[in-house]
Write a protein of this length. Sequence first.
Length: 114
Amino acid sequence: VQLQASGGGLVQPGGSLRLSCAASGSIFSRNVMGWYRQAPGKQRELVAAITYGGITNYVDSVKGRFTISRDNAKNTVYLQMNSLKPEDTAVYYCYLGMGADNYWGQGTQVTVSS
């Protein structure tokens, strides 16, 4: 299984970005996809996750600003990030969880700065 993430970049505070992550390989329907992030000097944290059936979960700091969604036909997960803040600056990693296995995409840098 491979995951390919895209969509990071530099944005001003209050701006928006959309991350995408496409999974390929042997993927079963009972899976969870989502995004973690890691800021310099901090531990990696779960940002948002979504089950195959569409149940979502968010870290409190992004609720109301970020929206996770997925296209099961394309095995792709998206993260729409609005009202971005400097504290959202981090490397964002997509992941796919299937059973006892977790797969990770390469990180994509998100920088929120004026």
